[in-house]
Design a protein around this ligand. Sequence first.
Ligand code: PMT
Length: 396
Amino acid sequence: MKHVVVGVSGGIATYKALDVISRLKKQGINIHVIMTKNACEFVTPLSFQTISQNYVISDMWAEPKTWEVEHIELSKKADAFLIIPATANLIGKIAAGIADDMLTTTVMAAKCPVILVPSMNTNMYENPIFQENMQKLKAIGYHCMEPAEGRLACGDYGKGKLPDPEDIVGYALEVLNRGTKKDFDGKKVLVTAGPTIEAIDPVRFITNHSSGKMGYAIAEEAYNRGAEVVLVSGPVHLSCSDGIKRIDIQSTQDMLEAVLAHESWADVIIKAAAPADYRPAAVSDSKIKKGEESLEIKFIRNPDILMELGKNKGKKILVGFAAETQNVVEYAKEKIVKKNLDFIVANNVTETGAGFKSDTNIVKIIDSQGNITEYDMKTKKEVANIILDKVRLYTE
Ligand code: PMT
C-alpha cells in the first residue's frame, strides 16, 4: 500500500483538500494529514480525520499518539507528500528553509517527492517574490502544479485557483507511480509535438488544429519510464515535467533546425507533431491592408522533417504519425517507405475521439514489414505507452 502525507494549509480552497483525499483513498492509498494552524480555522481536523480515517496532526506540541518522533516517522513512511492548498506563505517558508510547525518540519525531513498545489489571489501568484520561491523549489526537484485560471473567491479574475480535484489526483498519481517502470533508463528520446505556425504578415499566420496532447503524452511517458527526453514543441497551451528539455519553436523550418540539432544525440525519434507542409512564399513586413478585391497568397513547400531524418536513419528508431481523413492504412504504408520509418502510428482525424485536441486517440500501428495492429479508443497516455512498448521491442 502507498502512503501519502497530505499537508493542508489555510485558504479558501482548504475544503477542497477533503475531496482530493477522498479520491486518493478510493485508489487504495493510505493518507496521513498534517494541518497548519490556519487551515484549522477554515475546516476542522475532525473532517480530515473522518475522510482520511487516520489521526490528523495539527499541533506540534500535542500529546504524541506514538513513541516515534512523529514528523520524522511520517516523512520516512511517505511515498509522496502532497500540499494542498499551498499558500504563498507556506511556499515562502519552505523556500526559505523555515520549519516552525509540524507541516514545515515534516516537509523539510521528507526524502519522497513533494507536490505543491498553489492557490492564492492572482496578484500574489504573479508577485516576483512568490515566482522566485516557486522557481527555487522547482529547481531542487519539487513538483509544482500550475494553478487554474478563473474567477477567484475575492472576485478577481485570473490565475491562482486551485485546480480541479480530479486533475490534482491525476497529477499526484503520476508523480507517485513515476519510477515504477524504468525500461527507458539510458535511452535518449526526441519527441515533436503540436502544430507549427507560418507567418503571413506580422499579425496573421496559418496553422492547424494540433493541441500537442499526443506528443506531450509520449514525452511524459518516456520520461516516466526513465528516458532522457527532448521535446520540440510548437505553440501549445501545455506544460511538461521539469526534467524534460523542452524547445519551443514556431515554424516548420524552426522545428527542422531544432530536430536536426538533436538528430545524432537521439536513440529514438517520435514525430507526433503536425508541421505545416506549406508556408507563404513571401512574408509581408507590415500588416497586409484589406482591399475590395480577394487576396491571393502563394504557398511554397516546407521541408519534410521526417523524410530528412529517414535519409540518415542509421541505428536510430524512427517513428512517424500519419494523420489521415481517408485511405488511412494505404497512405500510412506509403509514408513508412518514403520516410524510411520503423513503424507509423496512423489516426483517422475525422473519427470522434481520435486525432486533434481530444484526450483520446484511436490508432493503428503499422510496421515496415506491413504488420498492422488496431487499437480501440484509448487515452493519449495509454497510446503513448503502447508506442513506447513497441519501441522497446526494437531496442532490446
Ligand atoms: O496534437 P494533438 O491535438 O494531440 O493531435 C495529435 C495529432 C493528430 C497531431 C497526432 O496524432 C498526429 O497524427 N500527428 C501527425 C500529424 C501530421 O503531420 O501527419 P502527416 O500525415 O501530415 O505527416 C506524417 C509524418 O511526417 C508525421 O510524423 C509528421 O510529424 C511528419 N512531418 C509532416 C510534415 C512535415 N513537413 N514534416 C514532418 O516531419
